[in-house]
Write a protein that binds this ligand. Structure first.
Ligand SMILES: Cc1cc2nc3c(=O)[nH]c(=O)nc-3n(C[C@H](O)[C@H](O)[C@H](O)COP(=O)(O)OP(=O)(O)OC[C@H]3O[C@@H](n4cnc5c(N)ncnc54)[C@H](O)[C@@H]3O)c2cc1C
Ligand code: FES
Ligand code: FES
Length: 1337
């Protein structure tokens, strides 16, 4: 062994030619941390989850493979890549790909110009995933594109435009946005609604593809020659990297590795670090020595034998996928059953980056209970080839190994060298099953591998193996059941018996990981049923094509036609669709950008990584890092806080508690820091400030807080009602005479609706940098917030400093959605003043999700009275929202909810009541839609309940009860529903609703295990706040002597494109191009006393203020222009300066009047309404609960859109966010009130494969709103609710299944409609078995 005791240079290269030779690397440091710490000025790589689950930190790694003599490029998530593992590799970050100052790469240009960026926080990751794909496949297929982006999350765009940009590189790309629908908008009749040809003022292009620069693969960066030379003559020497706590040893030969393993048997082998890394980060696992197997070529060897495949344990899962695909293409089908099953799982296992990093060996040895591959490897008779200094041996990969039994495990000094997966044989069938919360990038709730060997030609079971993942703490093998079934014919009786045996043997205990016990047990038998059908179908095929000894297909049980669709899995696809908007008037000047799809001002900078977010500001001199300490109890007295040990740790400077607050500690019932009592897990008690992030995090472990629990502890709305625990008085609106109306109706239905909460999951977690100034107690606060004035005010009152000493700066925010009020800034400010040093606070994803509340969960009860023709005469709704432990915005959310509950319906007799419950959960707060998406689900559920009772279709009930003429709302505000009705009719028409409704019914008649559902929902969404003082805005416009213009306004750029729209307004008003203008930031020093950028009206009110400022300036310039009409803008500005005319103006918009008198139940609370309608069609798999979104059509009334690309982006993004709310996003708490779902692995926001296969959005043409800037409407929030069309399509399909099975149709409405809910609602013989078995085990 060659031991090297000194530090070894590590060579990694990024940027065009920059080569980094790094000495003294610390094995605990990941590439993400390394780059952020050392290269922040040059490289922007963003932290969003730190667990490999979001793709925000994606970079490309390139490596020379000496065996294949090929350079491999693959995407990785930098947050899981230990810097030491990169020895000899080249790393390309987004800056290396291109820059706005030098040359843009086509990927960067196209993602920006296709409007694929909003907040931009996910964009560099998206660019790098796409770039890596193009390095490997310059003309990828659509499938490869979707696969490459499957590991990248975006919370803003809804993915459609990102895919559209990627699609421009695809082989199939032909410029038609209706590709894949089998039609082309340019073909005669290709567009069924014929809007392209007929409505000549309607555009369907948001970008001009022919303007894009072509992709030239010859122009790409070359692999660094030094690294090539290193790889060709690999050093055999062992490399050692010593860190503060951990030593990384990377031997160059297998022999050295085995000797090291013998010497350090407890040291793990590190390959992809996708299992070790998260465990070290989140579960506190610590390994003082790590043995890297990255340089051992023997672990990457693949051999094909006549009997099977030997795959090196070091091969990545992506490589395994390629190897298996190759083998499947080479061998006859009967030999590749196991390989096909593995391939199926590998398609949806994690995202591309994780598959690139994770090794087969690491996957097998980790033995995760959710492993997608181990159940198949186990049933496929896989053998593990182990090796140690003692020699080699084989061991079966079976349930004993997977259960970790000592007698069937690796010895500490052994490693896994390779894995032997044998071919399957004739009459052998292997299948894989998996059901997760969403289709891709989600751990399976249950997965399974099943293999059966039938006696040739007889259909009798000779051998059977079944293994389940996710059904227990380790993989479960149903050995006993399989044994008992040997010798049985493959028929219905065997199926019945097998289900009974499986339920007996796979006995999920009540504590099964992740709960969902009944669902998981149902999947256990449902998967077997699918397997039964699959094998039966194969047998029938065999019997047909190779009749054996007189047997024909009739020998096997018939598969009813209606059952065949149970065999089809939902494919993973990217969406197609058309976006329609009204073109600008033909007389509009070409220079005037209003109404055109102008690219987001920061789009290109997002794509190149040059956009600066709060945490990209370089480290300040003497800067300290802050970490928050939160309560671990839900409701308790604080007995003591002992920080003495923490304060003694190196680097720790201070521990801040409520006692350090010089001013007020928030409000009496909404304290900033807990004093005496904590009200929820996650309640902030104190904060540590230290020289580094790591030191601050170590210190919080040492703070000892003693508690004394207090009763009651309330988590649910039901408990709160029981304990009469409320945050504010009931809000109520009433019209007509509800009691009397109930007496006169034909029928009455009562029901309940449950809507779960929602996490904002902005990609950029909350962060702040507070810089105290030397003079006059001044503070500069750089903060990611939607409301800098609120931050400024709160800091002022907390520190007892006048507001005028505090300046808040917001350059851009990586997504807000209502969740970024900016409270962390106040803690930073307390510490900055206390220590006199700059303070940086960046919340980890886990802390962000734990500490901050989200959307209010809702429980609603309704009673609806109606006539047999579907006319609703009376509706009584009482709802409760879970406000969490403090008031926050809960009272306003309750008010909005009540005000908006009627949605689009005119019902003469109404009573709406709402209340916010106080519970011991983090305080829930504002979230896009502000109560509307939850509340209106009750109203729409009433509609479906009425439809079911009347035997009519829900759309008929909707139409019957919708507002038809000018009328007054429940709060007596007059409005005309004309646009609402237009949206509804257009949506019916554009979606071909009625014919598709018939097709859905036809499909459902023919298919028993798959059901389709279709739903259309109307929307009347009120924008703005119900208070006049909120409707005001200011702007400041400076014209400089060179003619350039600086615009500042009170809105914050959250990704919604407000700055772009503001420059469009200024450009129209001043009649100069947008390129002559600039917006630097939002600052409380330039525009004071601003209103939060929220409630959809940011662009409205600020647009009017910018317009006002520009008009003032233009008025001042008028005499000069008149005098010299042929002059240029620059001439006029020069002249104005000479004539001492002020070139700076404040614009102001004294906005809409809005009020609500709750006593009288009357008011004019909203300036205007946004109308819309959405139609969605879905298909569910009744056996697993999975669903696919077939098509969505949205019609939205944007008025005269300021920027159709941005507005369509808002509609799509909010629709997908709403779809997440109603289908996959589920918050899970422990019985003690601890939030479990604290990262992308447990909390599932939609991924790229979750969007509708066809996704069409149209902005309603010729709609006007005289009130607003250029008659445009604010669209930030309204699309959220339209996501419920997917929910109602799902319930439509579930209802169809229940009707067919003769079960009551009126089931409790519960959102989100997760696979668990869908599966259990589609009750059948398998759920029956589970329930019966639970009763009589
Ligand atoms: C975001 C994310 C999503 C995921 N999604 C899925 C999913 O959908 N489905 C799924 O099944 N899995 C999923 N995983 C888990 C993933 O498959 C495993 O983490 C991965 O396969 C482990 O491989 P690795 O090379 O990274 O192992 P490492 O983390 O490097 O090592 C893991 C363990 O294996 C041991 N080890 C590694 N190689 C050897 C060897 N040759 N001999 C002996 N011991 C060895 C190490 O000592 C260590 O204890 C996900 C992981 C992440 C981070
Ligand atoms: S994947 Fe690295 S930050 Fe999320
Ligand atoms: S643009 Fe993708 S997260 Fe904001």
């Amino acid at each position: 062994l060659h031991w090297v005791t000194h530090s070894i240079p590590i060579i990694i290269s990024f940027l065009f030619s920059t080569q980094v030779i790094e000495r003294n690397v610390d094995p605990e440091v990941t590439l993400l941390t390394f780059l952020r710490k050392n290269w922040i000025l040059l490289i922007k790589i963003w932290y969003a989850c730190g667990r490999g689950g979001c793709g925000a930190c994606t970079v490309m790694v390139s490596k020379y493979d000496p065996v294949l003599a090929k350079i491999r490029h693959f995407s990785v998530t930098a947050c899981l890549v230990p810097i030491c593992s990169l020895y000899g590799n080249a790393v390309t970050t987004v800056e290396g790909v291109g820059s706005i100052n030098t040359r843009l790469h086509p990927v960067q240009e196209r993602i920006a110009k296709s409007h694929g960026t909003q907040c931009g926080f996910c964009t560099p990751g998206m660019v790098m995933s796409m770039y890596t794909l193009l390095r490997n496949h310059p003309q990828p297929s659509e499938e490869q594109l979707t696969e490459a982006l499957g590991g990248n999350l975006c919370r803003c765009t809804g993915y459609r435009p990102i895919l559209a940009s990627g699609r421009t590189f695809c082989v199939e790309s032909n410029g038609c946005q209706q590709r894949g629908t089998g039609k082309c908008c340019l073909d005669p009749g290709g567009n069924d609604s014929s809007s392209v040809g007929r409505e000549s003022d309607i555009c369907t292009e948001l970008f001009a593809e022919d303007e894009f620069q072509p992709l030239d693969p010859t122009q790409e960066l070359i692999f660094p020659p030094e690294l090539l030379r290193m790889a060709e003559k690999p050093e055999k020497q062992t490399l050692t990297f010593h860190g503060e706590r951990v030593t990384w040893i990377s031997p160059g030969t297998l022999k050295d590795l085995l000797e090291l393993k013998a010497k350090h048997p407890e040291a793990p082998l590190i390959l992809g670090n996708t299992s070790l890394g998260p465990a070290m980060k989140s579960q506190g696992h610590f390994h003082p020595i790590l043995l890297s197997a990255a340089r051992i070529s023997e672990l990457s060897v693949v051999s094909k034998t006549s009997e099977g495949l030997i795959i090196g344990a070091g091969c990545s899962l992506a490589q395994v996928k390629d190897i298996l695909a190759e083998r499947v293409s080479e061998l006859p089908e009967e030999k590749t059953q196991t390989y096909r099953a593995l391939l199926k799982q590998l398609k949806s296992l994690a995202g591309q980056q994780i598959r690139n990093m994770a090794s087969l060996g690491g996957h097998i040895i980790s033995r995760h209970c959710y492993s997608d591959l181990n159940p198949i490897l186990a049933v496929g008779n896989t053998t593990l080839n182990l090796i140690s200094v003692e020699g080699a041996r084989q061991m079966p990969l079976n349930e004993r190994f997977l259960a970790g039994l000592a007698s069937a495990d690796l010895k500490p000094e052994e490693i896994l060298e390779s894995v032997y997966v044998p071919h399957s044989h004739a009459w052998e069938f292997v299948s894989a099953f998996r059901q997760a919360q969403c289709q891709q990038n989600a751990l399976a709730d249950v997965n399974a591998g099943m293999r059966v060997l039938l006696k040739e030609g007889t259909g009798t079971i000779e051998d059977l193996s079944i293994s389940y993942g996710g059904a227990g703490a380790v993989m479960v093998s149903a050995q006993k059941s399989c044994q008992r079934l040997i010798g049985r014919p493959w028929d219905e009786l065997m199926l019945e018996e097998a289900c009974r045996l499986l339920l007996e043997e796979v006995s999920l205990p009540g504590w099964a990981p992740g709960g969902k016990v009944e669902f998981k047990r149902t999947l256990v038998v449902s998967f077997f049923f699918k397997f039964y059908l699959e094998v039966l179908q194969e047998l029938k095929k065999l019997a047909k094509f190779m009749p054996v000894s007189g047997l024909d297909s009739h020998h096997y049980p018939e598969i009813p036609d209606g059952f065949l669709s149970a065999l089809e899995d939902f494919p993973i696809t990217g969406p197609q669709g058309v976006q329609r908007y009204q073109s600008v008037d033909s007389h509009q000047s070409l220079q005037d950008p209003v109404g055109r799809p102008i690219v987001h001002l920061s789009g290109l900078k997002h794509a190149t990584g040059e956009a600066i977010f709060c945490d990209d500001i370089p480290t300040m001199d003497r800067e300290l890092f802050m970490v928050l300490v939160t309560s671990t109890r839900a409701h308790a007295k604080i007995i003591s806080i002992d920080s003495s040990e923490a304060l003694e740790l190196p680097g720790v400077v201070d521990v801040i508690t409520a006692e350090d607050i010089p001013g007020t500690n928030g409000a009496e019932d909404d304290k900033l820091m807990a004093v005496d009592e904590v009200l929820c897990v996650g309640h902030i008690i104190c904060a540590v400030v230290a020289e580094t992030n790591v030191q601050a995090k170590s210190a919080i472990e040492k703070i000892k807080i003693t508690y004394e629990d207090i009763e009651p502890v309330i988590f649910t709305i039901n408990d709160a009602i029981k304990h009469n625990s409320f945050l504010c008085p009931e809000k109520k609106l009433e019209q007509g005479n509800i009691e009397e109306a109930f007496e006169k109706v034909d029928q009455i239905v009562e029901g309940e609706v449950h809507v779960g909460g929602q996490e904002h999951f902005y990609m950029e977690t909350q962060r702040v940098l507070v810089i105290p100034k030397a003079e006059d107690k001044e503070l500069d606060i750089y903060v990611s917030t939607q409301d800098p004035s609120h931050v400024q005010k709160t800091v002022s009152s907390t520190l007892s400093i006048p507001i005028n000493r505090i300046t808040c700066h917001v350059k851009r925010v990586g997504g807000g959605f209502g969740g970024k009020v900016g409270r962390p800034a106040v803690f930073g400010a307390i510490a900055a003043v206390g220590t006199g040093r700059p303070i940086r606070l960046v919340l980890d994803r886990e802390d962000d999700m734990l500490i901050t509340g989200g959307r209010h969960p809702l429980f609603g009860k309704y009673k609806v009275g109606f006539m047999n023709n579907g006319r609703i005469k009376a509706l009584d709704i009482e709802c409760f929202i879970n406000g969490g432990c403090m008031l926050d915005d809960s009272e306003q959310v309750t008010e909005f909810l009540i005000l908006k509950l009627e949605n689009a319906y005119k019902i003469r007799n109404l009573r709406f009541r709402g209340r916010a419950c106080m519970t011991n959960l983090p305080s829930n707060t504002a979230f896009r839609g502000f109560g509307f998406p939850q509340g209106t689900l009750i109203t729409e559920s009433c509609i479906t309940a009425v439809a079911a009772k009347c035997g009519l279709l829900p759309e008929k009930i909707r139409e019957k009860n919708m507002y038809k003429t000018v009328d007054k709302t429940i709060y007596k505000q007059a409005f005309s529903p004309e646009t609402l009705i237009r949206c509804w009719n257009e949506c019916l028409d554009k979606s071909s609703f009625h014919s598709r409704r018939m097709q859905v019914e036809e499909f459902n008649k023919k298919n028993y295990w798959k059901k389709k559902g279709i739903a259309i929902v109307p929307m009347k969404f009120s924008v703005g706040f119900a208070a006049t003082s909120y409707h005001q805005a200011a702007a400041l416009v400076h014209i400089y002597t060179d003619g350039s213009v600086l615009v500042t306004h009170g809105g914050n750029e959250l990704g919604q494109g407000i700055h772009t729209k503001m420059l469009q307004v200024a450009s129209r008003e001043l009649k100069i191009p947008m390129s002559s203008m600039h917006i630097c930031e939002t600052s409380t020093a330039t525009v004071p006393n601003t209103i939060a950028t929220a409630a959809s009206i940011g662009s409205d009110v600020n647009g009017r203020a910018v317009q006002n400022a520009c008009q003032i300036l233009l008025k001042r310039l008028e005499p000069i222009i008149k005098k010299n009409p042929e002059g240029t803008w620059e001439d006029w500005i020069e002249a104005a300066f000479e004539q001492r005319i002020s070139l700076s103006a404040t614009g102001y918009f004294r906005g809409y009047k809005a009020f609500m008198d709750w006593e009288k139940g009357e008011g004019d609370p909203f300036p205007y309404y946004v109308y819309g309608a959405a139609c969605s069609e879905i298909e569910i798999d009744c056996l697993t609960g999975a669903h696919k979104k077939i098509r969505t059509d949205i019609i939205m009334d944007a008025g005269c859109s300021l920027n159709p690309a941005i507005d369509i982006g808002q509609v799509e993004g909010s629709f997908i966010q709403g779809m997440g709310l109603y289908t996959t996003e589920e918050l899970k708490y422990s019985p003690e009130g601890v939030l479990y779902s604290r990262g992308p692995d447990e909390y599932k926001i939609p991924t790229i494969t979750d969007i509708p296969e066809e996704f069409n959005v149209s902005l309603l043409p010729s709609s006007q709103t005289p009130l607003t800037i250029y008659s445009s409407k604010g669209l930030g929030e309204s699309g959220m609710f339209l996501g419920s069309s997917v929910f109602f399509a799902i319930t439509d399909a579930v209802a169809a299944a229940r009707r067919e099975r003769d079960i009551a149709e009126d089931f409790t409405v519960k959102s989100p409609a997760t696979p668990e809910w869908i599966r259990m609602a589609c009750a059948d013989r398998f759920t029956e078995m589970v329930w019966n078995y639970c009763l009589f085990p």
